[in-house]
Design a protein around this ligand. Sequence first.
Ligand code: ADP
Length: 501
Amino acid sequence: MNATTTAPDAVPALEDARRFAAGPHRLFIGGAWADPREGETFATQDPATGENLADIASASAADADLAVKAARKAMESAEWADMKPNARALLLYRLADALERNADELAALETLDNGMPVRDARYFHIPYAIDQLRYFAGWATKLNGESIALSGPGTWHAYTLKEPVGVVAQIVPWNAPIAMACAKIAPALAAGCAVILKPAEETPLTALKLAHLIEEVGFPAGAFNLLTGFGETAGAALTEHPGVDKVTFTGSTEVGRLIIKAAAGNFKRVTLELGGKTPVIVLPDADVPQAIEGAARSIFGNAGQVCNAGSRLFVHKRHFDEVVEGVSRIADAMKVGAGFDPETQMGPVISDTQRNRILGYVSGGVDAGATIRAGARDISGPGSFVAPTVLTDTQAEMAVRREEIFGPVLCAMSFGDDDLEALAAQANASDYGLGAVLWTNNLSAAHRLARKLKAGTVRVNGGGLDPALPFGGFKQSGWGRENGREGIEAYTETKSVAMAI
Ligand code: ADP
């Protein structure tokens, strides 16, 4: 079959987005747009067509150094360092309003760059980015320390202060570019840090638009800097730089490991959101139609390119056939195509390299004995398309079961009337521990399993992302938490002040 290719007739702001994509694009350092020092650029591609999309500035180590100096200068300037919390909040609220005014163009840019259905960009990714900005704007005025009762001899006045950690490098991936960028910059700027954002080389356009909006809103020079470019050059230069106080990263576990090593030089604070292999568990008393819908959404949303994608499905034997058939039916009926086609339910994956990687996992699984229940469809290009795929008869040691595929590939397994301990052990049999999803109406089983699962977030009967809900992983899924109070406190240092009075 072919990917759907209907021309986009009425995508709002698509022409504006194309004009913006055409550039020129530069780096944003110290409140000004600058050409990269070594003058290099690279081309990005539209994953729905494979055609060149934009020429992007490729930041080098010299540019990273300039950005770090500009951010440091902001941290030492009265304009940013002494700005009152309510003024920081107001800037973030204004930025959120600016995103809202430009939501159609941002959505079109996200689809050009990443390939996702433009509906998902416009009604999920952009609103989520805006919510992050508004949620953390509210925290800027609520970052309080405590007063502490000391027990030593004498009389004391002791308290803590929450001070911004300083210059923060923020490195984000291509699967949710603007949502991730805003989830990173919002708490950092609310806490009064100076930020250097490095978007993924595949998807820099919404970050570039964001930088223009930040300029328009009037953040002080150097509070926000943008370096487009490659991970191995711009990204690595930031993570090694002695002038960076903290790195926050979302991406692969492999690169997370490199970042920990690079950060060791000056003991940078590090927050990492890495890979996942999220189990979705359907217990005997689940609402089966809901569980089928939910399981499909959880693995096929964003073409499975989600760290939290529900890639391992454990179904009680009573419902196994029905659930596998239901999810497979959804997979087979899904319209896979270009993100601007109004009929498209699943867009392309990010690149041919990624498509080949995903197909390699599927054929490796089949060679090792797995059965394809859905997905054995040829989806020819141009563009990087993969059919939503459901596998049964996989074994625990297969790569398709153990490794993060980052594509629309589901492994379905059944379980019997074992106790919850045994079920949790199967679900926990992974190097990752980012999320888990339960479908059940048994309250007691839900709460008991939630305690046993080694996962940063357990969702029961649905539930989405929320800037207020801490997000992060156990085990090799990362370090620390984003979102919520913990999310902003991660951008602060606690200072204790003790005064003998
Ligand atoms: P993915 O598997 O999602 O492509 P990566 O972990 O490769 O994720 O990339 C996520 C982000 O990390 C991107 O912005 C990329 O440029 C950046 N990156 C890749 N390699 C490095 C590195 N060695 N140091 C710092 N950043 C890197």
